[in-house]
Design a protein around this ligand. Structure first.
Ligand code: MTE
Length: 328
C-alpha cells in the first residue's frame, strides 16, 4: 500500500536549540565562495518577496497533461508556486536564493538531449520530447527537504526514473547511476563565483535509482519545469536531502563504483554520498531535527524532520544493516 497518510506535523514544541541558526546554513554557502558570497547572501532572503522571473510568470498554464499518482504524499498544504520558484539553490545561476529565479530563464532548454552512457547494452541519446512521451506523466506531491533546514511541499510532474532506466538497458555490472548537469560557462557565468568543480554531478545506488519514488521530473504545478527548478529535466529523490536531486540533466551514466559527487567532493565530512534525511544524524554544524516550511506563517513554520523525510515505509529497507551514522 503506497498511498501516504497525512503526518501529524503540527503543534510540536521544538526547542530553539534544535533550530538551525541562519548564520550556520549561510556558512554552507561560504564553503563555495568565501567571504564575498556570504556578503551577497545577506541580501537574499529580503529580496525574495519581489522576485518575478519571466519563466515563472509563464507558468500556471497547466501545459502538461498529468494523471494522479498513488505515490503522492497527501494531507499537507502545498508550498505556493511563487515560493517554489523564487527560493532556489541552483549555483550555476548564482549563490543567492533569489538568483536562479532572476537568471535561469536563459537556460537553452530546446533542443535538449540526455546522453545515456557507461555500463549499458547500447549507449544512446534521448531528446527531451521523447522523455516527455515515454510514459504518462504523473503528478506527485512530495515533501522536499534541503540540508540547510528548510522544506517545501511540491506537486512535481514526471514518472519513476526506473521507467527510463529500463529503456537504458543497464548491464548487471552497473551498481550506481551518475547524473551530470548542464554546464556552459558562457550561459552560466555565475559558475566562476564559486569553487565547485563543474559540471554539477550527483549519484545514486542502483536500487535507490530503481525505487519507484525516485522521480524523473519534467514539470511542477502542471507545467514544464521553470529554469530555476532544473529545466527541462531533473531527478527528485524525496527521502534524501535536496542536493541529491540534480537539475538540468544532460548525462546519465551507469557505473560499477560509487561516483564522485559535487557536495561530497567539496566537503566530504558534511555531505555524504547517501545524504538520507535523518533527524538523528546532525550536520557537523547544525541540528537536523527540525525544518522550516517555506511560505508558512512564522508561528507555524517549524516542523519536526521525519526519518527518510517521512518515506521510510517505502525506502528504509534499502538500508537494512547499514549504520546510517557512518553512511550519512
Ligand atoms: N543541481 C544543480 N545542477 N545545481 C545546483 O546548484 N542544487 C541542489 C539541487 N540540485 C543544485 C542542483 C540543492 S543544494 C538543492 S537544495 C536543490 O537542487 C534545490 O532544488 P529547488 O531549487 O528546485 O528547490
Amino acid at each position: 500500500m503506497l498511498i501516504r497518510k497525512p503526518d501529524a506535523l503540527y503543534g510540536t514544541n521544538i526547542p530553539s536549540s534544535e533550530i538551525t541558526p541562519k548564520d550556520k546554513w549561510l556558512n554552507r554557502r561560504s564553503l563555495l565562495t568565501g567571504a564575498a558570497a556570504a556578503g551577497a547572501l545577506a541580501l537574499g532572503a529580503d529580496r525574495l518577496a519581489d522576485v518575478l522571473s519571466p519563466t515563472r510568470t509563464a507558468l500556471a498554464a497547466g501545459k502538461l497533461t498529468t494523471v494522479k499518482s498513488q505515490l503522492s504524499t497527501t494531507g499537507e498544504e502545498l508550498t505556493q508556486l511563487q515560493d517554489v520558484t523564487s527560493y532556489n539553490n541552483f549555483y550555476e545561476f548564482g549563490t543567492d536564493k533569489a538568483d536562479p529565479g532572476h537568471n535561469a530563464g536563459i537556460l537553452p532548454t530546446r533542443p535538449w538531449s540526455v546522453k545515456i552512457s557507461g555500463l549499458v547494452k547500447a549507449p544512446k541519446v534521448l531528446d527531451i520530447d521523447s522523455l516527455l512521451k515515454l510514459k504518462p506523466l504523473e503528478e506527485r506531491v512530495y515533501r522536499f527537504r534541503c540540508v540547510e533546514g528548510w522544506s517545501m511541499v511540491i506537486p512535481w510532474v514526471g514518472y519513476s526514473l526506473s521507467e527510463l532506466i529500463k529503456v537504458c538497458d543497464p548491464l548487471p555490472s552497473a551498481k550506481f547511476v551518475q547524473f551530470t548537469s548542464y554546464f556552459d560557462r558562457k550561459v552560466e557565468k555565475w559558475t566562476s563565483e564559486s569553487n565547485i568543480a563543474w559540471p554539477y554531478s550527483e549519484g545514486l545506488r542502483m536500487d535507490e535509482a530503481m525505487n519507484p519514488l525516485t522521480l524523473l521530473t519534467l514539470g511542477l504545478y502542471g507545467d514544464v519545469l521553470p529554469g530555476q527548478n532544473g529545466a527541462p529535466v531533473r531527478v527528485i529523490v524525496p527521502w534524501k536531502y535536496g542536493f541529491k536531486s540534480a537539475k538540468s540533466i544532460v548525462g546519465i551514466k551507469f557505473v560499477d563504483k560509487m561516483p564522485a559527487t559535487t557536495w561530497n567532493d567539496l566537503a566530504a565530512n558534511e555531505y555524504g554520498f547517501y545524504s538520507n534525511v535523518n533527524p538523528n544524524v546532525d550536520h557537523p554544524r547544525w541540528s537536523q531535527k527540525s525544518e522550516r516550511r517555506i511560505g508558512q506563517p512564522f508561528y507555524a513554520q517549524r516542523h519536526p524532520t521525519l526519518m527518510f523525510n517521512g518515506y521510510g515505509d517505502q525506502v528504509a529497507s534499502l538500508y537494512n544493516g547499514m549504520d546510517l551514522k557512518k553512511f550519512y
